[in-house]
Design a protein around this ligand. Structure first.
Ligand code: BES
Ligand code: ZN
Ligand code: ZN
Length: 496
């Protein structure tokens, strides 16, 4: 989608459709479209009992304006839009609704005063992220592709005094959306295609296109040499060998500051010998969504140019049942020396993360680690399908991630890590067990398990099991991978 800004009078803008956002004072606001046009709009809108409330839409044809078809979108509501997440969804829904056969060029007119809680830059970036992400399609495997209702161009009107601010938002949003779409594509691609080698290849591709990014792929024997037995344990049931992927971004400035981003990279999760029921397996190609988010971040990191060292770590494995597979009752020794009693092979994400987090602490000695993982079904029981659970052992990092999520428009909620629950993952014969002794609080015990491998390093864990995949499209989200976490991480890199 081509996106441009214009300061020319709305009545002179030429497009297939003009979307005008208005509030309670819509009578006055439509005057921006030109006197004659405004009069016609007011006549029709009054007939339609339009009041400017959010959710109200009037569509009309105007002879007096260059763009003949105009749609008024109401924005006013007693319950004001509170978050950037909501704002992006609002614009996402609006743009999605305008899609129609033959409509290639859409003009948008928004008076920033309608959204007084938000900065002008944020309003413009939310329009663009909402528009690009809500109209994203994944039709690679459709034999007949329907591009007739694809919006090709978005023209956003602003008054000249806001132009610079609009520009900042538009540019930022395009970068953020690009990273998000890379992650969506990786999640949507079938799991036989996206195996560990495919993720490794993708990382190498990113390094090729970004001079400040270097990538190292550790093969099975190197993973073994590093002592990452927990990763090997998960991968041993699969015919696809594991790949441990390391991406390094070096900033132009000299700095010791370093953050490690870890993504769970299970390219398909069958549950292993603790096999999942068929219906739970349907969407398990998404179990690499954390890894996809990390790759999404690195694919655009040069455009953000954060002034700190960023390391991305992904242990890409496939969790399969077979004659060679890990068995319940097996004991694994992770890279940091801790022993893990495996009682359920479906709690495999935490096994791979145990080693990757250990690697991050031992080899990288970073200032902070942030991991993203489609870790537990229990997280979805707690927060539903659209909210990420945020856990941390460090208050200042926790607050930074929280703030960055809000600014990026990602919905996260803080979760507790009570020391009292540690006993639930104590093993009788090893240091820890990979599942809790109770069926309650599964997202929390999973986070407490991960904490065993980060010790005192400031660390935040994002359980994205719910929002990584969207089954019912809404707002900025389409069916399939959402690219959850990409924008949060990019914002965090800017704020760190
Ligand atoms: N990949 C799943 C978690 C998941 C479930 C992600 C649904 C997205 C949607 C994870 O590996 C898993 O299977 N976890 C188990 C843990 C249990 C065995 C303690 C779960 O949540 O059931
Ligand atoms: Zn699993
Ligand atoms: Zn999993």
């Amino acid at each position: 989608m081509k996106i441009s800004l214009t300061v020319s009078d709305p009545s002179k803008i030429e497009a297939d459709l003009m979307v005008v956002f208005v509030g309670k004072d819509w009578l006055k606001e439509v005057e921006s479209i030109g006197k004659g046009a405004a009069r016609s709009i007011i006549d029709v809108a009054k007939l339609e009992m339009f009041s400017g409330k959010r959710g109200e839409i009037v569509s009309l044809d105007i002879i007096e304006a260059k763009t003949k078809r105009i749609v008024l979108f109401g924005t006013s509501d007693e319950r004001k839009i509170e978050s950037i997440y909501e704002l992006q969804n609002f614009f996402g829904d609006a743009v999605r609704k305008t899609q129609k056969k033959g409509r290639k060029k859409i003009a948008i007119v928004v008076n920033p005063n309608l959204f007084e809680n938000f900065k002008v830059e944020v309003i413009s970036s939310s329009i663009v992220e909402g528009a690009i992400l809500s109209t994203y399609t994944y039709d690679k495997y459709k034999s007949k592709k329907d591009s007739s209702s694809k919006i090709e161009e978005l023209l956003i009107y602003t008054k000249p005094s806001n132009l610079a601010k609009f520009e900042v938002g538009v540019n930022k949003a395009q970068i953020y959306a690009k990273g998000t779409i890379l992650a969506r594509n990786l999640v949507n691609e079938p799991p036989t295609v996206v195996d560990p080698a495919y993720l490794a290849k993708n990382a190498l591709e990113i390094a090729k296109n970004n001079k400040s990014v270097t990538v190292t792929i550790f093969e099975r024997d190197e993973i073994k040499k590093l002592g990452m037995n927990s990763v090997l344990g998960v991968a041993q049931g699969s015919d696809s060998p594991p790949k441990f992927i390391k991406l390094v971004y070096k900033p132009k400035n000299v700095t010791e500051k370093k953050i490690v981003l870890v993504g769970k990279g299970i390219t398909f999760d069958t549950g292993g010998l603790s096999l999942k029921p068929a219906s739970s397996m349907e969407t398990m190609k998404m179990d690499m969504a954390g890894a996809a988010a990390v790759l999404g971040v690195f694919s655009v990191i040069e455009k953000i140019r954060p002034s700190l060292n960023v390391v991305g770590l992904i242990a890409a494995c496939e969790n399969m049942p077979s004659g060679k597979a890990l068995r319940p009752g097996d004991i694994l020794t992770a890279m940091n020396g801790k022993t893990i009693e495996v009682l359920n092979t479906d709690a495999e994400g935490r096994l791979t993360l145990a080693d990757v987090l250990s690697y991050a602490v031992i080899k990288e000695k970073p200032d902070a680690i942030v991991d993203l993982a489609t870790l537990t079904g229990a997280m979805m029981v707690a927060l539903g399908e659209d909210i990420t659970g945020l856990f941390s052992n460090n208050n200042s990092l926790l607050n930074n991630v929280w703030k960055s999520a809000g600014e990026a428009g990602e919905y996260v909620w803080k979760m507790p890590m009570p020391i009292e629950y540690k006993k639930l993952i104590k093993s009788q014969i090893a240091d820890v067990r990979n599942i809790s002794t109770t069926r309650y609080g599964g997202a929390i015990t999973a986070a407490l398990f991960l904490e065993e491998f980060v010790e005192k390093t400031p660390w935040a864990h994002l359980d994205i099991a719910g929002p990584a995949f969207c089954e019912k499209p809404f707002g900025q989200f389409t069916y399939g991978g959402t690219g959850c976490g990409v924008r949060l991480l990019l914002k965090l890199l800017e704020n760190f």
